[in-house]
Design a protein around this ligand. Structure first.
Ligand code: NOJ
Ligand code: NOJ
Length: 458
């Protein structure tokens, strides 16, 4: 079976499963060791982005309907869990809900404020799509009502993000309390994109408020990177300090720059950390080098291209327990493929690559040549051989991550949360929703970037 179709089928199995409320999306089908049979706000956001992409690319009315039904159910389920969280005095930073829509009752790392930001980003995209199709009533009714207090999901998320964006919270990996690049980068993005939607719907006061709150996040965001640093630091102000201490090198930084797995950053021009930012490129390279050395599966076989990527160097979570050894993750390795496609798309859109002392290492590593290597100060223009060579290398590098993941797929193309660092076998939560969603989005990104090529790509 075609790989995308397989990913789609497996993703859809985790959306509104029979014993869940419609619109609930489980993080994985595993109900024990580990129990991931919950609706995580963060994970479901990426899943919804993949559903939206299925909706937008569906060839027939029936297929469009098949994607739209769960999307609308997700909107209603999301509003439902927002209400229960508020009602119970927990707030929208609650990361994890049962499939009946109740906040997880046990001890957990909370709040996690990336969830509402990601949900707002993805649903804003859904709202814009629906508005384009003339579904104004549906959008005003269920997605963005422009009222305070609001009874619509996007506005509730934006209000939360606007009021809590500068507070500390737990990180995307649910382990460290502090300020996080991942969370704050996506919060800013949610506010800017949400502001554009608010303005479109005539909620102009809120639009300027959200923009203002986005601006207030910027000084904080600038602290994660100072020129001269080897990479963007994932976390600042950790409290308590994690033990063992962390280097701050973390794949979450790269995933954040995908902006909710979006190829097109056209919506807002004010990029603080676009994918071609020096710090972002250096972080990518540092992570690839690190994991190439850390995980034996990357070293063992020179036959399989592509570095399997994990979360961060000090990771001890093996998918079952936290006193073990971390592994590479399919979903993160796929995110790296997507990163490269997005980078190629961005350079193509810019029409040139400005070579600097800060991106030289990355560019050299990419083309693997010293001889003709670019020189800082040079501006490589689209159409020139040097530019085209780099773009081809970027796309090819993206492909290597997908090849790596494909090499380790489980039975019938299944993906779990992790791949064993020694054997490559799938382990941890089975059929991780995020992995399939990321795969579908990366394949779409690959198609998009190929369609941007001047002559038909290979
Ligand atoms: C699941 C978390 O998301 C993961 O990051 C963590 O290490 C384990 N639970 C243990 O708490
Ligand atoms: C652990 C991951 O660290 C976290 O990001 C994710 O939300 C949960 N697992 C559920 O998949």
């Amino acid at each position: 079976m075609d790989e995308s179709l397989r990913a789609e089928t497996r993703l859809l199995r985790n959306v509104s499963p029979p014993d869940a409320l419609p619109g609930a999306i489980v993080a994985s089908k595993s109900r024990s060791n580990p129990d991931y049979y919950y609706h995580w706000v963060r994970d479901s956001g990426i899943a919804v982005r993949a559903l939206l992409s299925l909706y937008q690319t569906a060839g027939t009315l029936a297929l469009r309907q098949r994607a739209l039904v769960p999307l609308v159910q997700f909107v209603d389920f999301s509003r439902h869990i927002q209400r229960t969280a508020i009602h119970q005095g927990i707030g929208l930073g609650e990361p994890k809900f049962t499939v009946d829509g109740a906040p997880y009752a046990g001890l957990w790392a909370r709040p996690q404020n990336d969830g509402p930001a990601i949900r707002a980003i993805e649903l804003t995209r859904l709202a814009l799509t629906l508005l384009d199709e003339g579904e104004v009533a549906l959008v005003r009714d269920r997605l963005y009502d422009g009222k305070l207090p609001t009874d619509s999901v996007i506005k509730a998320d934006l209000e939360y993000v606007a009021h809590h964006g500068r507070e500390t919270c737990f990180d995307v990996w649910e382990e460290v309390r502090g300020h996080h690049f991942f969370t704050q980068h996506l919060e800013r993005r949610a506010l800017l994109e949400g502001a554009a939607l608010a303005r479109k719907l005539g909620d102009t006061g809120a639009a300027s408020f959200y923009r203002e709150q986005a601006r207030l996040l910027e000084p904080g965001l600038r602290r994660y990177w100072q020129p001269g640093q080897a990479y963007i630091t994932a976390t600042l102000d950790a409290d308590p300090a994690p033990s063992p201490l962390r280097s701050g090198l973390d794949s979450a930084v790269i995933i954040a720059t995908l902006g909710g797995y979006c190829m097109d950053d056209g919506l807002h021009e004010e990029h603080l950390y676009p994918v071609n930012h020096e710090g972002v490129l250096q972080t990518t390279l540092a992570l690839e080098r690190l994991f190439a050395d850390t995980y034996p599966i990357n070293a063992r076989s020179r036959l399989i291209p592509g570095v399997a990527i994990g979360r961060y160097p000090e990771d001890r979570y093996d998918g079952y327990r936290t006193d073990s050894l971390g592994n590479p993750w399919p979903s993160i390795t796929i995110a790296f493929a997507m990163f490269y496609y997005k980078l190629a798309g961005r350079y193509r859109m810019l029409g040139s690559i400005a070579v600097t002392a800060g991106n030289l290492d990355f560019l050299q590593h990419l083309t693997g040549r010293e001889g003709n290597s670019p020189v800082p100060g040079e501006d490589l223009a689209a159409g020139e051989p040097a530019f085209e060579e780099i773009l081809t290398a970027i796309r090819a590098r993206g492909d290597t991550f997908l090849l790596r993941v494909r090499h380790h797929l489980g039975a019938e193309g299944s993906m779990a949360e992790q791949m064993n660092r020694f054997t490559g076998f799938q382990q941890g939560a089975a059929d991780l929703t995020m992995g399939y969603a990321a795969f579908l989005l990366a394949v779409e990104a690959r198609r998009t970037v190929r369609s941007m090529e001047p002559s038909p790509g290979r």
